[in-house]
Design a protein around this ligand. Structure first.
Ligand code: SF4
Length: 314
């Protein structure tokens, strides 16, 4: 029996969650606040994660624009499709807790002061969350609907080392704990299709994440993008992209180990057409989502059906 749906979905969609939380659909407005990343500027590493292109902010506006100017543009874009939208300001590009506390506070406050903003999302790396940053996020969490989007990608440190993530699973757990102790809503990002990962590895990541009972998870399909390290691996036939059927099969198995009340904020990738090398089938998002729904119905399964009893001690 699956409880978190109003439209016969067998997993807990973001749409369902936002409607329950705000009483209506709200939209994400993406921001590049001009931060960089310690895995690019040399503090942790150079070159970034092997799949990273422009700090994962492909759809953001120019970082030369202020937060307010970017939100204005985003509001206009969203308003063309939806009348009088309310928006969540999404600090998406690079690492959005990688700056002095006063700089972070100023940027977040600027976003919150924009009319129509009803919440914040802050994407970051676990090694950029310390006690002071966690305290700041707690402060914002108390005054708005805040989500911290925390990159994990895989629990397997060997894979992470290969793609130059720059932190271990233990570092992730420490940051997660700091945030959860302060009541901050956390969305954990995972990626399917990383170089060297088997189906079992990907399912194991979902099992381990499920034991943490996170507020939300984003499941990404690995996109091989132009100009990244993974493009080279792909050209030299070391990195084989997932096929659509295989991806659907893995995602469903992962959902089965995630708690029902964990919101699935994303269930596939979202790359720009001009930068995507493979897999091209992912551009047809509607077909991927439809295939997941169809296969879940055929298997008569739903999110959390195999949830493990144990929880993870942090
Ligand atoms: S942590 Fe994010 S921004 Fe930094 S290199 Fe990795 S993917 Fe890019």
């Amino acid at each position: 029996m699956f409880n978190y749906t109003i439209d016969n979905k067998r997993y807990h969609t973001l749409n369902y969650h936002l409607k329950k939380t705000f009483g209506k659909k709200v939209y994400k407005a993406v921001i590049d606040a001009g931060f960089t990343c310690p895995n690019i500027d040399g503090s942790v590493g150079f070159g970034g994660c092997s799949y990273c292109l422009s700090g994962s902010g492909e759809f953001t506006n120019d970082s030369c624009l202020s937060v307010t100017e970017q939100l204005k543009k985003e509001y206009e874009r969203i308003s063309k499709k939806h009348a009088h939208p309310e928006i969540i300001a999404y600090f998406q590009a690079h690492t959005n807790t990688y700056a002095p506390i006063d700089v972070l506070r100023k940027k977040y406050e600027e976003a919150l002061s924009f009319p129509h903003v009803v919440g914040l999302s802050v994407a970051t790396r676990p090694d950029c969350i310390d006690e002071k940053v966690a305290d700041l996020l707690e402060e914002f969490s108390e005054k708005t609907y805040l989500t911290v989007e925390l990159g994990l990608q895989t629990v397997k440190d060997e894979t992470a080392k290969n793609f130059n993530r720059g932190y271990t699973y233990d570092v992730f757990l420490y940051a997660y704990k700091l945030l959860k102790e302060r009541g901050v809503r956390v969305c954990v990002h995972i990626i399917n299709g990383l170089l060297g990962e088997t189906k079992e590895d990907m399912i194991n990541t979902a099992k381990m994440v499920g034991k943490l009972h996170p507020d939300a998870v984003k499941i990404h399909l690995l996109h091989i993008l132009k100009g990244t390290e993974y493009e080279k691996e792909y050209n030299e036939n070391r990195l084989i992209p997932l096929k659509k059927d295989g991806y659907v099969d893995i995602v469903i198995s992962q959902l089965e180990y995630l708690p029902q009340n964990t919101v699935i904020e994303r269930i596939t990738g979202d790359g720009s057409k001009e930068n995507l090398i493979a897999p091209k089938w992912s551009l047809d998002k509607i077909s991927v989502l439809g295939a997941i729904d169809k296969e879940m119905a055929q298997r008569n399964t739903h999110q959390g059906i195999f949830l493990l009893d144990e929880t993870c001690d942090l």
